[in-house]
Design a protein around this ligand. Structure first.
Ligand code: FUL
Length: 449
């Protein structure tokens, strides 16, 4: 049997694909846009029987969406091209339950195109959500539906330029015939790879990004990107062999740190599958006039616990029936962007001297000597995630008036990016003490704000 050291060494070398790396490094924060007949009925899950005539966003302006999205610092937009009600926001050949039977632009409108073009003009990325669950399609529940779904996917993948993210909802309810569908996910993934090889695919259990397990914006305490193959079997298995006989059963629930050593030792192989946090700016995914956007504090905290905790952040903003974002949401996005930009504007380590000492093969200390005393509110760390995720526990110590004071929080993972908020501390140096890692830690960035 493999030794613990060898097992961990291999675990530390499970690496992202180019598209996963791009998502984590360049496009970590993006917008979800839930828009469908639900916007007009007040439902969250449409029945599929809605009359297309109700869909009429008379003031739709995708450039204004893009502007609001960019103000928050988001770098892409993912629209519900079709939600569970089956209504298509683009000019599809596959069904009559679409925008072509709505009054919007006399049936000639195509909101997927309008958004894709606005994203291009605004310099952000474009992506889509295409619900496999379809409560309108008469073929839902039969093999034919997989062809129907593939045809829809192909239209979206081939007619709208570059797609950065394809969001596949795992929801599987009954369709109009009362039957559920057996989704042929692998064939859907194949199409995405064929037509948009750089696009990441989100699904609950991979292949590129997995679900964080809740819609309230919380990452796990230790959000590993390296997790057991059994939980994300659409991802490529990069290691072989269990360390311990035993079972992962009971460890797959949402609150459990699925990538921790206690779990991965029972896995037959590990995969790279970072999680995505999806959350709405308001309680609902779709627009409900009586709802208010979440507070700036809540959204900023979610940002810290997603982008700043090794996950991506997909923040939903639902358009109103007239097709515009609610001014309250636009304002909140602006505030959020300003808060993020001002908080992380000046890196106090810019002129610091950073030295690294490896105290053992799996322990290291990074000493950061600042150019003078600085007040620190956040420490930001990034691992060289392209080579794997390694750090399993660390602490931070600050030198205050010549004495080392430890931040006694026991931090666990770093991964792509970890933001550690601090009670403001004035110091002239700090140390990042890596207490355990899977092979040698490789910290690519240390910053303080
Ligand atoms: C879920 C759906 O059922 C919700 O309506 C929403 O689209 C959310 C993002 O995914 O599975």
């Amino acid at each position: 049997m493999i030794s613990l050291n060898d097992f961990l060494e291999k675990a530390g070398k499970v690496v992202p694909s180019a598209r996963q790396l791009e998502r984590l490094r360049e496009t970590q924060f993006y917008a979800f846009i839930h828009f469908s007949p639900n916007t007009y009925t007040g439902l969250e899950w449409g029945t599929g029987k809605e009359d297309p005539a109700i869909f009429n966003p008379t003031e739709l302006d995708c450039d204004s969406w893009v502007e609001a999205i960019k103000a928050a610092g988001m770098k892409g937009a993912v629209i519900t091209a079709k939600h569970h009600d089956g209504f298509c926001l683009w000019q599809t050949e596959t069904t009559e339950h679409s925008i072509k039977n709505s009054p919007y632009k006399n049936g000639k409108g195509d909101i997927v195109r309008e958004l894709a073009e606005a994203c291009k003009r605004g310099g952000i990325k474009f992506g889509f959500y295409l619900s496999p669950w379809d409560r309108n399609a008469s073929c839902y529940g039969t093999d034919e539906y997989n062809d129907f779904y593939r045809a829809q996917l192909t239209e979206l993948l081939t007619n709208y330029g570059e797609v950065f993210h394809v969001w596949l909802d795992g929801a599987c309810g009954e369709g109009p015939s009362g039957k559920k569908q057996v989704y042929d996910f692998e064939s859907y993934f194949e199409l995405v790879r064929k037509y948009q090889p750089n696009a990441t695919i989100f699904k609950d259990d991979g292949p590129d990004l997995r679900w964080c397990g809740n819609e309230s914006g919380s990452a796990r305490a230790s959000e590993w990107a390296v997790v057991p193959y059994e939980l994300c079997c659409y991802c490529e298995k990069q290691t072989e062999g269990k360390l311990m006989e035993g079972s992962l059963e009971g460890m797959c629930n949402c609150n459990c740190d699925i990538g921790t050593l206690e779990n991965i030792i029972y896995s037959e192989g590990l995969v790279f599958a970072p999680s995505e946090i999806d959350m709405s700016i308001r309680p609902g995914w779709f627009y409900h006039p009586e709802e208010e956007p979440h507070s700036l504090e809540r959204l900023f905290n979610t940002y810290l616990k997603s982008v700043g905790a090794n996950t991506t952040f997909n923040l939903n903003i639902p358009p109103m029936p007239n097709g515009l974002f609610d001014p309250r949401d636009v304002q909140r996005l602006k505030e959020l962007g300003e808060k993020i930009r001002s908080t992380f504007a000046v890196n106090l380590c810019e002129n610091a001297k950073i030295t690294c000492t490896h105290t053992s093969p799996t322990q290291s200390e990074y000493l950061v000597e600042l150019d003078g005393e600085k007040e620190i509110k956040y420490v930001e760390l990034m691992e060289n995630i392209a080579e794997g995720q390694r750090v399993a526990s660390f602490r931070i110590a600050f030198r205050v008036d010549g004495l080392w004071a430890k931040d006694y929080e026991n931090y666990t993972t770093i991964g792509n990016r970890k933001i550690c908020p601090q009670d403001p501390v004035t110091c002239d140096a700090f140390k990042v003490i890596i207490m355990s890692s899977r092979g040698r830690a490789d910290i690519e960035k240390i910053a303080a704000y």
